[in-house]
Design a protein around this ligand. Structure first.
Ligand SMILES: O=C(O)CCC(=O)C(=O)O
Ligand SMILES: [Fe+2]
Length: 378
């Protein structure tokens, strides 16, 4: 029975369909402990004790709402600013100029996804956003000095489009600025992964071998403004009508291990707290937003659950974000981590190969009838 103060939110996650109880209290700004700002500079420190202090703050955030900002992460503001500017210039071009990069030309969902062609939550409206996405390519990974030296079993598992698509179908400056950001963020992700390992009470390097050629997805999201808010209602959840456009990106959990997100100053990202309260993840200049995804939930036996979030850009102007989704190498598989199984607990998930995991997501998104021809990989 649903009490009158709550509504039910339905969504499909990588671990199956889920329902969340949503408080009807209006959305509000997050308090500092609800979405904390973590100074991650110690992850680059030679002191293990200092590195452990970051890990314990991450553990705290992961077991609270699963969202936090990171500051002093080592990515130069100029790198992010250049990629943002290049992305905006790309999206502002007429559709015909972007068409050569259309994802329909990709075997692996890379490329340009025109406005309103994705629906991350089959129970909400279409996502109004427009996206440009790419996936891991070792030539844009600073840690890979020689692509031809990558072991065959790893190289064979990497899903590459021919002829450097879609970068080859985009302006050179766009490619240059975005691949630089991608490469730097991959390097940051490797440092953070060690911190996550510590946070999970593993050896710091325990997950490194699974992350030598990680399945990275980079999504540039461009959100034109939604129409102004409807008159205030007692409900904090969007009430979608079949074909109305009510979400910039619908309520969802991310699919992979973890996500690093660079958002501009416009705002619109909303996070569902564990108690069912929608919170604004207000932009904090110079930070990345970090959140955990369904795969992390799985391998941690629900210790680090994935967190529901969505975007509603009602600013009246455009909004841009760059999301980086990280999974293990596609040749890997992973089972529930030993350190996450408490005494008397069972493993709730079986081991799954990373290739199968990404395939499953595709099916989950496409099998839902209402989703029609739209869907997404991440
Ligand atoms: O644009 C944002 O703030 C969030 C984007 C997002 O959730 C996603 O791409 O999965
Ligand atoms: Fe997301």
């Amino acid at each position: 029975m649903t009490s009158p103060e709550t509504t039910q939110l339905r969504l499909s996650s990588g671990n199956g369909p889920i329902t969340r109880t949503i408080l009807s209290t209006p959305i509000r700004a997050a308090l500092p402990h609800e979405i904390p700002i973590i100074d991650v500079s110690p992850v680059f420190s030679p002191s293990l004790d200092l590195r452990r202090t970051v890990a314990s703050q991450i553990r705290q955030a992961a077991t609270t709402n699963g969202f936090f900002y990171i500051t002093n992460h080592g990515i130069a503001p100029a790198t992010t600013a250049a990629a943002h500017a290049a992305a905006l210039a790309f999206f502002r071009r007429p559709a015909a100029a972007k068409e050569p990069a259309n994802q329909a030309r990709s075997a692996y969902h890379r490329g340009w996804k025109p406005p309103a062609t994705q629906r991350v939550n089959p129970f909400e409206s279409v996502d109004v956003r427009e996206t440009f996405s790419v996936r891991y390519d070792p030539q844009y990974d600073a840690a890979v000095a020689d692509v031809s030296a990558i072991p065959r079993h790893i190289m064979d598992s990497i899903e590459l489009d021919a002829d450097d698509f879609p970068w080859s179908a985009t302006p050179p400056q766009f490619k240059r600025d975005c691949t630089r950001a991608l490469s730097e963020v991959i390097t940051l992700a490797r440092a953070l992964l060690r911190s996550f390992a510590l946070a999970l009470e593993l050896e710091e390097t325990a997950l490194d071998d699974k992350f030598t050629h990680p399945d990275v997805g980079m999504a540039l999201n461009y959100y034109p403004s939604l129409p102004p808010s409807p008159p205030a209602t007692p409900r904090a959840t969007p009430q979608p009508k079949e074909d109305s456009e009510t979400v910039s990106i619908g309520s969802h959990t991310d699919f992979q291990l973890f996500t690093l997100l660079s958002q501009d100053s416009v705002g619109g990202l909303q996070v569902l707290s564990r108690s069912g309260q929608w919170l604004h993840a207000t932009p904090v200049p110079g930070t990345f937003v970090v959140n955990f995804g369904d795969y992390m939930q799985r391998i941690t036996n629900d210790m680090f659950p994935s967190t529901v979030h969505r975007v509603q850009n009602r600013s009246g102007g455009e909004r841009l974000s760059m999301a980086f989704f990280f999974g293990f190498n596609l040749n890997e598989s992973c089972e529930v981590l030993e350190s996450c199984v408490q005494a008397g607990e069972e493993r709730r998930y079986e081991a799954i190969s990373c290739k199968e995991w990404t395939r499953r997501r595709l099916h989950a998104m496409h099998d839902v009838k209402e989703a029609g021809e739209v869907g997404r990989l991440y």
